[in-house]
Design a protein around this ligand. Structure first.
Ligand SMILES: O=C(NC/C=C/[C@H]1O[C@@H](n2ccc(=O)cc2)[C@H](O)[C@@H]1O)c1cc([N+](=O)[O-])cc(O)c1O
Ligand SMILES: [Mg+2]
Length: 208
């Protein structure tokens, strides 16, 4: 039977990237998605904004919602110090199988803990399961209708960075973080990965 898009993306990484070199993995995925087959990675343009926010926050603990193929997982992990922890949640077991291999090819498995399940189930269990009561940075890139309910589950001292706040969009989340006194929010205008369509990242600092 026909391969899946994540399988074809992994094959491109294994063919074109150097094992243990995370930048070559990121480059191989971006080239594959730009010139061969589009995929919903945060991409190179928004990825630079992601990198700058990660570097600025310099987090000891990061939560990523929506691993998909592990592209942003690798970007974030590469910027973390050795003792930092990145927990990434993936709901689809087939995507998780691919993401684990992409993360391993980039040599980032030490810093990354990929957990399979849904955010609604796992976020409340974070405390007892991983001993992390709050994360320094949360990257939201999963189902867009889960951004708001999950943000409300996590109101405990984090910086939230959300992908796709314009396209596909998460209007209820955007309205909440921009108008709630609990957050100071900032929009980073960019483009939908590998296209000229407007999209952007919203950075929201929880004020308590
Ligand atoms: O729909 C989008 N993203 C949804 C992502 C969902 C991912 O999050 C996981 N998850 C993990 C945990 C959960 O609890 C639920 C899902 C899903 O299993 C999937 O791997 C999207 C769409 C476009 N687009 O142009 O159409 C562009 C983008 O950048 C996007 O991110
Ligand atoms: Mg996205």
């Amino acid at each position: 039977t026909r391969s899946t898009r994540p399988q074809r993306l992994l094959a491109a990484v294994q063919k074109n990237a150097t094992r243990g070199d995370p930048r070559s993995v990121v480059k191989a995925i971006d080239e594959f998605c730009r010139y061969t087959e589009w995929a919903m990675n945060v991409g190179d343009e928004k990825g630079c904004i992601l990198d700058s926010v990660v570097s600025e926050v310099n987090p000891a603990t990061v939560l990523e919602l929506g691993t998909y193929c592990g592209y942003s997982t690798v970007r974030i992990a590469t910027l973390l110090p050795p003792d930092a922890k990145l927990i990434t949640l993936e709901f689809n077991p087939d995507f998780a199988v691919i993401a684990r291999q992409v993360i391993a090819w980039a040599g980032q498995e030490e810093k990354v803990h990929l957990v399979e399940g849904s955010s609604g189930d796992l976020i409340p269990k974070m405390k007892e399961q991983f001993g992390v009561k709050s994360f320094d940075l949360v990257f939201l890139d999963h189902w867009k209708d889960r951004y708001l309910p999950d943000a409300k589950l996590m109101e405990a001292g984090s910086v939230l960075l959300a992908d796709n706040v314009i396209c596909p969009g998460s209007p209820d989340y955007l309205d909440y973080v921009r108008n709630s006194p609990k957050y100071r929010s900032q929009y980073f205008k960019s483009h939908l990965e590998y296209t000229k369509v407007e999209d952007g990242l919203e950075k929201s600092v929880f004020l308590g």
